[in-house]
Design a protein around this ligand. Structure first.
Ligand SMILES: NC(=O)c1ccc[n+]([C@@H]2O[C@H](COP(=O)([O-])OP(=O)(O)OC[C@H]3O[C@@H](n4cnc5c(N)ncnc54)[C@H](O)[C@@H]3O)[C@@H](O)[C@H]2O)c1
Length: 390
């Protein structure tokens, strides 16, 4: 079986879906690699390193799709709404596509992929189970986003993060507040602590308290309780507007006392809850920084301009997307390992096993034989249920 890896085509994307070090484990599993020339150039993996591990380099993107039984990408058509559509004519019937597909984004792109006859797997639908942990690319990328959010804040802040005692006096440490202590938020807490900032965090899930404290953060306790804060998959459940209203009132003080606020509170498949209002921003000291990691889903801060950095009343608000791509070497390394684990799970004795009894395969499979086959994706787009496969 041939795994094809095209160069990422989303403007500014620097990651690549496969790195040379991971190739030997795939070769051992009977897979051959065809890589588009220059695919790893922006992430620090030259063509020669792929060739040295036995991959075949081809100059032309179309040739990668033509040769591949399985195409592995980071941003496939679906999650790449700028240039992804150009891949559509390159797909072959029966070909397997693996990557970020944004399956709950635009139904027409998912339908296009289905109509092309491609068997597609969406890496963002990976179940959050111990068995699937090595394939969980969302967590890998979130880790990098949390880390980078702190570095961006430190860079934009007109102060240092750590406490420092010098002959010229003492510098007090910056106060960093992280809202949403999931994978990205926890990494932000860890990074902020390493840089010496006084770090606190808040999350609706009660289980987050212990995780925050184990990283040396202070958990901000609010006297409100979310109803069924966590679903069976470990994700936060959406709350009603009165809950968010109360939450904003109570969080106001913690926000006003912080020089850096990193927001990473998302609810899967929904617009992000607004937790930082413009009134709260107005109470922050000039020079403060907000990095809104939920910007792509509308943002946790009312003033966030998705994709932009703005300054309001002296407070810098960053709503940049895709921070993982700004750490492309390690983002690609982690992603390639996630993809490689998934490939070795899927391919047994040189053949792709579409075993729908298997949770990992069933939960990530989005299209097959011309249809959208994922029940949750069908429900989300209000498509009629499919007859069970005999
Ligand atoms: N394989 C596994 O078992 C596995 C893999 C990844 C993550 N997880 C766990 O799943 C949980 C969520 O992780 P994630 O980073 O993917 O989550 P996420 O990106 O979906 O959300 C980020 C965080 O925002 C929080 N949040 C949502 N609404 C909020 C609000 N109104 N106020 C404050 N916080 C709010 C969520 O509770 C979550 O912790 C974590 O406990 C994580 O450790 C488990």
């Amino acid at each position: 079986m041939i795994v094809g890896v095209p160069k990422e085509s989303f403007p500014g994307e620097r990651r690549v879906a496969m790195v040379p070090a991971v190739i030997p484990s795939l070769t051992k599993a009977g897979l051959e690699l065809v890589i588009e020339a220059g695919a790893g150039a922006d992430s620090g993996f030259p063509d020669a390193e792929y060739a040295a591990k036995g991959a075949k380099l081809v100059a032309d993107r179309a040739a990668v799709f033509a040769a591949a039984d399985i195409v592995a990408q980071v941003l496939c058509y679906g999650s790449n709404d700028k240039t992804g559509k150009a891949d559509l004519p390159l797909y072959k019937k029966g070909q397997i596509l693996i990557g970020f597909l944004r399956p709950l984004g635009d139904v027409t792109t998912v339908e296009d992929i289905a109509r092309a006859g491609v068997t597609s797997f969406s890496i963002e639908l990976m179940p959050r189970t111990t068995r699937a942990q090595s394939m969980d690319a969302l967590s890998s990328m979130a880790t990098l986003c949390g880390y980078k959010a702190v570095l961006i804040s430190a860079d934009l802040l007109p102060r240092m993060l750590p406490m420092l005692t010098t002959a010229a006096g003492t510098i007090t440490p910056a106060r960093v507040l992280v809202i949403g202590a999931g994978v990205a938020g926890l990494q932000a807490i860890a990074t902020s602590r390493r840089l010496g900032a006084v770090t606190s965090a808040y999350d609706v899930r009660p289980a987050a308290k212990e995780q925050v404290e184990s990283l040396g953060g202070r958990f901000v306790e609010l006297p409100i309780e979310a109803k069924d804060a966590q679903d069976a998959r470990g994700y936060a459940r959406a709350q009603d507007e009165s809950f968010y209203q109360k939450q904003r009132e109570l969080l106001g003080r913690a926000i006003a006392e912080s020089e850096v606020v990193i927001t990473a509170a998302v609810v899967p498949g929904r617009k992000s809850p607004v937790l930082v209002t413009k009134e709260m921003v107005a109470k922050m000291a000039p020079g403060s920084v907000i990095v809104d990691l939920a910007a792509e889903r509308g943002g946790n801060c009312e003033l966030t301009q998705p994709g932009e950095k703005i300054v309001v009343n002296g407070v810098t608000i960053v709503g940049w997307f895709n921070l993982a791509s700004s750490v492309p070497y390690h983002a690609s390394q982690l992603y390639a390992r996630n993809i490689s684990s998934f490939l070795t799970h899927l391919v047994k004795e040189g053949k792709v096993q579409l075993n729908l009894e298997d949770e990992i395969t069933r939960e990530t499979l989005v299209t097959r034989d011309g249809e959208i086959v994922h029940s949750r994706v069908r429900e989300f787009f209000k498509l009629p249920a499919l007859a069970p496969v005999k």
